[in-house]
Structure formats: structure tokens, C-alpha cells
Unconditional design. Sequence first.
Length: 200
Amino acid sequence: MKSRYLTCAAVSVVCLGLGGCKKKVASAPPPPPPPVANYTAPSTQAANRPAAATPTPARPRAEAPPPTTPRTPDAATRAQIQDLLNRIQDAYFDYDKHTLRPDAETALKSDAQTLAEIIRQYPDFKLTVEGHCDERGSEEYNLALGDARSKQAKEYLAGLGLPNNQLKELSYGKDRPVCTEHDEACWQKNRRAHITQEGQ
């Protein structure tokens, strides 16, 4: 009787032990899921976040264009040039010659430096160096002689500082006399080089 009781007790203990293990394994709770209430997907968070203010790039200050230097003088400057030209006397030549005499060089030198300083500022402005002759000789001969006189005077003026490319040569031969008498005193006045503003 006592041995039966012990056997039943042993069987009960084994059964309880086995059942308890199974129950423990089966009833282990799964890990809890992450909290859902406060979770928002990253893309949604970015969409709901207020956009950061993008700094507006500072616009560069518009610089005023550099003043353009006029290439020809205005009326006031032309008047100043004409005043200088009026003070520069004509350069006179000997009969049948185109070589500058000392008095002709002195005449051309007067105010030439001031004139050079002015016209250098206006690259499109030009002076005309005219060559003139007296009435003797043929038209063709006097045109060639007037050309040689204008060239000689131009070279001298360029040597004084006037821009060579702003000096234009022009021969009138005997066509524009300043004196119409038929004597040496009058002819001397017509054998000359004269400077004018181009177009005048």
C-alpha cells in the first residue's frame, strides 16, 4: 500500500514537472511591438517639418558703366581748337620750294603742344594740313608742289607731338589764293601751308 502511494506520488511529480516545462515554453510572451502612437515615418516627418528659410543670395550691386570718352570734340572744344589754329600762323615757302624756312617752323610751333594735348583725347578728330601755291605754273605742277608742302608741314607738326594719324594732307595747288594781285608780295602770301579742322 505504501509502495503504491510512493509510485503514484513519483508519477505525479514527473508529470507536473514535464507539464510545467511545456507550459513555460508555450506561454513565453512575444516581445512587445514598438509604440505606434508617437511613431511617424521619416518621410512624413520631413513633410510636416516647417521648411527652413533659405537665405536669398544678395544681388550684386549694379555698377554704373564706365563713362565713355567721346571720340570727337564737342562744340566748345572745337571752338577752343579753332582759337589755337587762328594763333598758329601759316607757314610760308620760297618760290618753287617745299622746304620749311625757319620762320615757317616758328609759325607752326606756336601753340602746337597745347593743340596736340587736346586732339590726342579725340582719336576720331582730324586736322587738315593744306598746301597752297602761287598762280605761276601749271595746275598739275602746283598740285604736286602743294602736296609736297602739306607733307613737309605735317611731318614737322608730328615731330612737335601732334598724332600723325590725325593729320590729313590736302593740296589745293593754286586754286585757293588768299591774295589775287600779280606781284611777288602777293605770291609770297599764297605759297603756304595752312591748318584747318577737317570738314571746315
